[in-house]
Design a protein around this ligand. Structure first.
Ligand code: ZN
Ligand code: ZN
Length: 152
């Protein structure tokens, strides 16, 4: 048995209570765009590709809300798209997992302190999840503070 030094917890978060502030690509580029706000918060900007077309998607940063804005591209309902970092072009597709609801690929954004938020790349699919991976002590503290604020 290999001793695991990290634990992973999955947090059930009530929809629309929190918003994602510090999503970044695997290379550390912040995806948040102050110039386009959704529900009053900076959106999460990604380059989107669908059937040879390219455009931009401003994602609703409110966890569990889906008022995304499409720019230079029109995606039909059910379109399965690809996300890329606007800064370095790295794919934001989750290499390991697929959607539990529709089996489409997932996107994954990095959060501060080792967490991730993932969601389905099919337009209209509501699947999304946040995972916080961290040292046990920090997780304990997380529940003590009863705030997830600093992880977003
Ligand atoms: Zn990047
Ligand atoms: Zn899905």
């Amino acid at each position: 048995m290999v001793k695991r030094e990290k634990v992973e917890i999955e947090v059930e978060i009530p929809a629309k209570k929190l918003y994602v502030k510090h999503a970044s690509c695997p290379n550390g580029h912040l995806l948040c765009d102050e110039s386009v706000k959704i529900h009053g918060y900076p959106s999460i900007k990604v380059k989107v590709k669908y059937q040879g077309q390219e455009g931009w998607l401003y994602l609703d940063p409110v966890y569990g809300s889906y008022d995304n804005i499409e720019k230079d591209i029109t995606l039909p309902p059910g379109a399965v798209v690809e996300f890329f970092c606007p800064e370095c072009g790295v794919s934001l597709k989750d290499p390991d997992e697929t959607c539990q609801l529709c089996s489409s690929p997932l996107f994954v954004f990095q959060l501060p302190k080792g967490g991730i938020v993932e969601g389905c790349l099919k337009k209209g699919c509501m699947y999304h999840k946040m995972k916080i991976v961290d040292a046990e002590q920090q997780i304990a503290r997380l529940f003590e503070d009863s705030t997830l604020e600093s992880y977003l």
